[in-house]
Design a protein around this ligand. Structure first.
Ligand code: SAM
Length: 231
């Protein structure tokens, strides 16, 4: 398993050469129609003033006691969310209840916005970098979304609401923080109102394997990986 590079420099993802590489890769693997769809989506966000760009966190205003344990902001894309969510439903062989979607380490709101678009009644993001949380609030406002909430808070201090149905973790932090978050999630095991699933994108530790029931592990052609769990 790859280790989490906490406070890593991810700024290369905003360079023109990286974006050109992404474009060529998408063209090769997904074809012209899907690639044009992606460009259209990006143009729509640009027009609306919505910003999901990659951002390093080491100069940001971080709250809580785990400032050295987080990863840089890399936003979940619409395509990735769609694929992962439909793979989760395939793995459990049924439709997932779309009550509350909770994202620990929610950055600029990429995943909570995509989840609301896919029909979750309410989505909540917990983000410990003030500037990213503020950007998430701006993005939510610019897209005129209701029932999408970003909270400026350290993940270890937030207990899931009892009507949560999906908990999302897109490689947000290392195993130290994951351990605390897993304990909090597990502490409410007998109180959740519906079945609760966990999506762990680009996993970098095996803490969740020790706390929850593993359902499926997928490695995509793009290099992205995802692990699914049931609480
Ligand atoms: C890889 S990004 C994922 C962003 C978002 N989940 C998405 O999919 O668009 C990881 C995020 O976790 C945040 N993070 C890291 N440690 C955290 C902590 N202890 N509490 C809350 N957020 C944290 C980082 O600031 C960063 O925005």
């Amino acid at each position: 398993m790859k280790k989490t590079h906490t406070n890593a420099d991810m700024s290369h993802q905003n360079s023109l050469s990286y974006k050109f590489g992404e474009f060529m890769d998408s063209l090769k693997k997904k074809g012209i129609k899907a690639t044009l769809g992606k460009i259209k989506q990006k143009a729509y966000y640009k027009l609306k003033g919505v910003d999901f760009s990659t951002e390093n966190i080491y100069d940001l205003t971080l709250t809580g006691e785990y400032k050295e344990h987080g990863t840089a902001l890399v936003s979940t894309s619409k395509d990735f969310f769609k694929k992962v969510f439909s793979d989760l439903e395939d793995a459990v062989e049924k439709e997932i209840e779309k009550n509350i979607f909770l994202d620990y380490g929610s950055g600029k709101g990429g995943a909570i916005i995509q989840a609301r678009d896919r029909g979750f009644k309410k989505t909540i993001g917990i983000e410990f970098a003030k500037e990213l949380h503020q950007k998430a609030e701006i993005n939510i406002k610019k897209l005129s979304l209701s029932n999408v909430y970003s909270y400026y808070q350290d993940a270890t201090t937030y207990l899931p609401p009892l009507d949560v149905s999906v908990i999302y973790l897109f490689n947000p932090f290392d195993e130290i923080v994951m351990q605390e978050v897993a304990k909090n999630i597990l502490s409410l095991k007998n109180e959740y109102k519906n079945e609760v699933y966990i999506i762990y994108g680009n996993p970098s530790c095996d803490v969740l394997d020790r706390y929850f029931t593993p359902l499926k592990k997928i490695a995509y052609d793009s290099g992205a990986r995802v692990h699914f769990f049931k609480i």
